[in-house]
Design a protein around this ligand. Structure first.
Ligand code: 4NP
Length: 183
């Protein structure tokens, strides 16, 4: 029942692009990539899966967005969804474009690569907004070059590699947030 209510609430607020005002306000996390159909919707789904696995649904809200509007309204890429489904994860996100309002709506904004970082930072007008933005792989225990590679032009193995990488990084992110959040 609790899980069901959280799922309904998440869908309710997500569809209206507003966030819940509860006694303990959930921490709001946004994942950003280029198209919002491969990397960031998967990061969103994996982060929420980790949140659920730890019974922390009341403490976190997550969403994702793209810096480019070309795929707005679309479901995640078929290959991303097939790969996620092969791991038992169903992705329902519809692509949307990152906007300046997201700096106010979210507590932290995690981007997939340096191009996303440059794009998002260029839209920030205050130091407080800039301080919310980081590369997701900052929280990957094996961060490599710090970027999540774009699987769009690759093969199935590339999608699986991104899945494994994002699973590790989003779990690392949750550990980090749990350790550093005071609320
Ligand atoms: P994403 O991947 O940024 O991880 O969603 C891409 C999706 C679409 C395109 C490029 C990357 N595209 O060129 O359309």
């Amino acid at each position: 029942m609790v899980l069901f209510c959280n799922a309904v609430l998440h869908g309710y607020y997500k569809n209206r692009n507003i966030l819940p005002d509860m006694h303990t306000t959930p921490y709001r996390v946004l994942f950003v990539c280029l198209g919002n159909i491969c990397r960031s919707p998967l990061a969103e789904g994996l982060f929420l899966q980790a949140v659920q696995a730890h019974g922390l649904q009341s403490r976190y809200v997550a969403d994702s967005a793209g810096t480019n509007s070309g795929h707005t309204g679309q479901q995640a890429d078929l290959r991303t969804r097939a790969n996620a489904a092969s791991h038992g994860l169903v992705l329902t996100h519809r692509a949307r474009t990152f906007s300046e309002a997201d700096f106010e709506h979210f507590d932290s904004i995690y981007v997939m690569d340096r191009a996303n970082l440059t794009h998002v930072l260029a839209l920030a007008h205050t130091q407080a907004h800039r301080a919310k933005v980081a590369l997701l792989r900052t929280h990957d225990p094996a961060p490599g070059d710090g970027q999540v590679p774009d699987p769009w032009f690759g093969d199935e193995a590339g999608f699986e590699a991104v899945y494994q990488l994002l699973r590790r990084a989003t779990q690392g992110l949750l550990v980090h947030l749990q350790a550093h959040r005071s609320a």
